[in-house]
Design a protein. Structure first.
Length: 122
């Protein structure tokens, strides 16, 4: 069975690699994941109608959320385990559903964010 690998990068240094099986069952899963969330059609259009790109972005955002919420999710295995236990709107990333989280190249660390705080008059 053919598989494609996708590398997802964020300019803050976050990087992950996802492998997606290329078959009709996995494609249906990808569409189901996209359609679970609001604005599915717009998200697909904005990604040049590439459902793999859409799902890679959705998963990357969820991985970043995990890492921001708890430093425990710095390793690839801990993130796979979290998805395997169940995250609403997502499938497992251990390969059983055609999606495999291959690696997180550079863990996202919220402490590295450069935030600007501005006092307002409100």
């Amino acid at each position: 069975m053919d598989k494609k690998k996708y590398r997802i990068e964020l300019d803050s240094g976050f990087e992950m690699e996802l492998e997606i099986k290329q078959d009709k069952e996995t494609e249906a899963i990808l569409h189901e994941m996209n359609n679970f969330w609001m604005s599915a059609k717009e998200r697909l259009r904005d990604s040049n109608n590439c459902i793999a790109t859409v799902v890679c972005k959705l998963i990357a955002v969820e991985v970043i959320r995990l890492q921001c919420s708890n430093a425990f999710y710095e390793s690839t295995k801990s993130v796979i385990d979290a998805f395997d236990k169940g995250i609403e709107g997502f499938y497992k990333l251990n390969g059983t559903d055609g999606l495999t989280l291959v690696s997180i190249g550079c863990p996202f660390d919220a402490r590295d964010l450069e935030l600007t705080v501005v006092e307002t008059d409100d």
